[in-house]
Design a protein around this ligand. Structure first.
Ligand code: PMP
Length: 362
C-alpha cells in the first residue's frame, strides 16, 4: 500500500481555496525577553494561583460530565464586567476571541459571501475569513493608520460585504477608532459589523467603547478577550456583546460543550480577581507611554498607541533590527507595513532590556 509513502501538502485533496496558503505563524522562540505576541507579562499572583488550584480541584470530581453547554454563569459574570446594562443573553463566550470570530464567520459569512477589513490590521481576520470559505476584501487605513469615513463608506457601498471588521485599538498599529466613525460604518454596512476590542482595556482614558453603540445597532458585534488585560492567554477565553438574536445565530454553529469545565472555572476565578488584574493594566499603560516617549526621543517614528504594544520605525532594513534584538535575547515582531516593527509591553525590567538592546543597534 501507500503507507509511509512521502506525501506533501500539495498532494492532498484539500480545498482549492486553501492551496498555497500559509498558516498563522508568530514565532514561538524560547528567549529571555518575549515581546512578540502582545501577551500580558504578569503571571497570576500567588493568591490567584491558589484560588485557581482550589477552583479546579473543586470541579475535578465532575469531569465525567459535559460542561454547561451555554456557559451561563461565565456569560453572566462577563456581562457584569462589561456593564452598559448588558444581560447574559447579549454575551457569548468561546475559546479565545479567535473562536468567537470564527463562529461569527460561520454564521454570517460562508460560500458566496465576503468580509472586509481595513489593513494593516490583525492578520487572523483574513485567515479566519478564508478558512470559513468567505471572500476577503482588503480596504486600507490612512497614513496615520486611522480610517477615513468617506472612503470606508464608499468601499462598503461598492463591495457590499456581509461582515465588516473594525479593530479598535488596532493591531499592529495601536490606533483607536472614534465611535462616531463606527456608527457611520454600521449604518452603511448591509451585514454585521464586528468591532474587535481585544485591547480595549489598554486604551488611554476617555476612549469610549463601541459597546455604547449597541442599543441602537442590532447588527453591531463587539468582541473582547481575557488573553490580554486579564493575563489569561493560556486559558483561551474570548467573548462578545451583541443583540440577543446574534447570540442565537451563533448557537447554530458552535460545537456543543465547546468551553470546557476547566476553562469556565478558570475564567470565573480570574474574573473574581479582576481588581488586581486590571491594576496591572495601569502599570502596562504607563510603561507603554514611557517607551513611546523614549523611542521618539531616539528620533524614531512611533504610532500613537492605545494598546499593550507599540509600532515603531522606520527602518530601511527592519529585519536586521529584529535580528539584532533577537541576538541580544529580545524577541519582538516583524509586522506591519514595510519599515515598521512592533514591540509588546513587558515588565519594567523587560522594557529596560529592550531599550538597552535597541540602543546598541541604533
Ligand atoms: N483580536 C486581536 C486584534 C488580536 O490581536 C488577538 C490576539 N493577538 C485576538 C483577537 C485573539 O486573541 P484570543 O484568541 O487570544 O482572544
Amino acid at each position: 500500500g501507500e503507507a509511509g509513502a512521502p506525501m506533501r501538502l500539495e498532494d492532498l485533496p484539500i480545498r482549492d481555496d486553501l492551496r498555497g496558503r500559509t498558516p498563522y505563524g508568530a514565532p514561538q522562540i524560547d528567549v529571555p525577553v518575549r515581546l512578540n505576541t502582545n501577551e500580558n507579562p504578569y503571571g497570576p499572583s500567588a493568591s490567584l494561583v491558589a484560588d485557581l488550584a482550589e477552583a479546579v480541584r473543586g470541579v475535578t470530581s465532575e469531569l465525567n460530565r459535559y460542561p454547561d453547554r451555554d456557559a451561563l454563569e461565565l456569560r453572566r459574570e462577563l456581562a457584569g464586567y462589561l456593564g452598559h446594562g448588558l444581560g447574559v443573553e447579549q454575551v457569548w463566550a468561546a475559546n479565545g476571541s479567535n473562536e468567537v470570530l470564527q463562529q461569527i464567520l460561520q454564521a454570517f459569512g460562508g460560500h458566496g459571501r465576503s468580509a472586509m477589513g481595513f489593513e494593516p490590521s490583525y492578520s487572523m481576520h483574513p485567515i479566519i475569513t478564508t478558512g470559513a470559505s468567505t471572500e476577503w476584501i482588503s480596504a486600507s487605513r490612512e497614513e496615520d493608520f486611522g480610517i477615513d469615513p468617506g472612503k470606508a463608506v464608499a468601499a462598503i457601498e461598492e463591495h457590499r460585504p456581509d461582515v465588516v471588521f473594525l479593530t479598535s485599538p488596532n493591531n499592529p498599529t495601536g490606533t483607536a477608532l472614534d465611535p462616531a466613525l463606527i456608527a457611520r460604518i454600521v449604518e452603511a454596512a448591509p451585514g454585521v459589523v464586528v468591532v474587535d476590542e481585544a485591547y480595549f482595556e489598554f486604551a488611554r482614558t476617555g476612549t469610549p467603547s463601541a459597546l455604547t453603540l449597541l442599543p441602537d445597532n442590532p447588527r453591531l458585534i463587539v468582541t473582547r478577550t481575557m488573553s490580554k488585560a486579564f493575563a489569561m492567554a493560556g486559558t483561551r477565553v474570548g467573548y462578545l456583546a451583541a443583540h440577543p438574536a446574534v447570540v442565537e445565530a451563533l448557537l447554530l454553529v458552535r460545537l456543543p460543550y465547546h468551553l470546557s469545565t476547566l476553562t469556565q472555572t478558570a475564567a470565573l476565578t480570574a474574573l473574581a480577581h479582576r481588581a488586581e488584574l486590571l491594576s496591572a493594566v495601569d502599570t502596562l499603560r504607563a510603561e507603554r507611554d514611557s517607551v513611546v516617549q523614549w523611542l521618539r526621543g531616539r528620533g524614531l517614528t512611533v504610532a500613537d498607541s492605545d494598546a499593550n504594544f507599540v509600532l515603531f520605525g522606520l527602518f530601511e532594513d527592519r529585519h536586521a533590527v529584529w535580528r539584532g534584538l533577537l541576538d541580544r535575547g529580545v524577541l519582538i515582531r516583524e509586522v506591519g507595513p514595510p519599515g515598521w516593527l512592533r514591540v509588546s509591553i513587558g515588565t519594567t525590567e523587560e522594557m529596560a532590556a529592550f531599550r538597552a538592546a535597541l540602543e546598541e543597534i541604533l
